[in-house]
Write a protein that binds this ligand. Structure first.
Ligand code: ADP
Ligand code: MG
Length: 315
């Protein structure tokens, strides 16, 4: 049973996940949306990093602090929400003051960058595990959901992709190779500014945490459309090309994950303004009738992928 089937079977289908007047959007998107009042909604999302599984146990704690908050706030960006506050659940094997000092500094650094305040949490003893829950605000009707992509829309990304995946071998082997790639892995910049610009314009949006193809698959499923990715339009970062050949770069960009860029669908008429306001955004394909995600090679033939992206459990 895969991660998503597990969530569907045991949690989304459970009576405790039923829709209520307060819950405008439940399980299945980057954030849930709760009605605060007539005009505003609260966006909420949780992410966990497990030491030794999601990051090396002896990694620089400053970087771990930055990464845990960046990856969680990224889900607020994907909804077009403005950050308000977060909570932190910390499970530690021991009290190591120098680790805690570094971690807290990294966390505070990212919190300042994202303008989000720590509101509470929980501290327990056990294997190193860090969970952040973020809260954000959005005017009712403005949230960018996975559902909503329309046939004829453009498929776009917020910037270069594949960098986090390109950094992962260096992270795992503790190689001090490329500061540019390592920064994308340890301290991705949540695309909050673009999320705001896309309010009322993008028809669907997701942050690319599990890989472009896998995450576009969530938009395609939720929207009932097919997404076509033209591999020739994908933005190759020169730093990625410095370390990897073209085939490896393409694989990182399509299925690598850990990007925390946004993938979004946009009516063609909105493109001129978005690209002028946010020049790193790129058109990478289109929305068509059908289902699933197809990646086309330079001859416009479908590329067969061994896997679509990262999943915590595979069937
Ligand atoms: P993201 O990659 O954006 O963080 P996930 O792929 O982790 O999202 O989760 C997909 C959806 O499933 C989200 O709406 C999330 O809230 C929900 N979800 C994940 N795990 C659980 C769980 N154990 N119980 C309820 N909902 C869950
Ligand atoms: Mg997400």
């Amino acid at each position: 049973m895969g991660e998503f089937e597990l969530i569907e079977t045991y949690f989304k289908a459970s009576f405790c996940a039923m829709a209520t007047n307060a819950m405008a959007l439940g399980i299945g998107d980057d954030c849930a949306l709760l009605n605060l009042n007539q005009n505003n909604q609260l966006a909420i999302s949780t992410d966990t990093l497990v030491g030794g599984s999601h990051f090396p146990i002896d990694a620089d704690p400053f970087l771990v602090g930055q990464r845990v908050l960046a990856t969680t706030v990224s889900d607020l960006a994907a909804m077009g929400a403005t950050p308000i506050a977060f909570t932190l659940a910390l499970t530690l094997p021991e009290v190591n003051e120098s680790w805690l000092r570094g971690f807290a500094e990294g966390l505070a650094d990212k919190a300042k960058q994202c303008q989000i305040s720590l509101a509470g949490g929980d501290t327990t003893k056990g294997p190193l595990t860090i969970t952040a829950t973020v809260l954000g605000e959005i005017p009712k009707g403005n949230a960018l959901c996975r559902k909503g992509a329309q046939v004829g829309d453009l498929l776009c990304v917020s910037g270069y992709i594949g960098l986090g995946a390109g950094a992962l071998p260096f992270v795992l082997d503790k190689l001090d190779y490329s500061p540019i790639l390592l920064k994308e892995y340890w301290s991705p910049l949540p695309q909050l500014e673009l999320g705001l610009l896309l309010r009322g314009k993008a028809t669907a949006c997701i942050d690319i945490s599990d890989g472009l193809v896998a995450d576009c698959g969530h938009i395609a499923n939720a929207s009932g459309v097919a997404l076509m990715i033209d591999s020739e339009l994908l933005p190759y970062h020169p730093e990625l090309s410095k370390y990897y050949d073209k085939k490896q770069c393409l694989s990182f960009m399509l299925t690598g994950g850990d990007d925390y860029q946004l993938a979004f669908t946009l009516p063609e008429k909105e493109w001129a303004q978005i690209s002028a306001q946010y020049p790193s955004a790129q058109i990478i394909g289109s929305v068509q009738a059908g289902a699933g995600v197809t990646v086309l090679d330079e001859n416009k033939q479908p590329i067969i992928l061994a896997q679509q992206g990262h999943q915590h459990f595979r069937s």
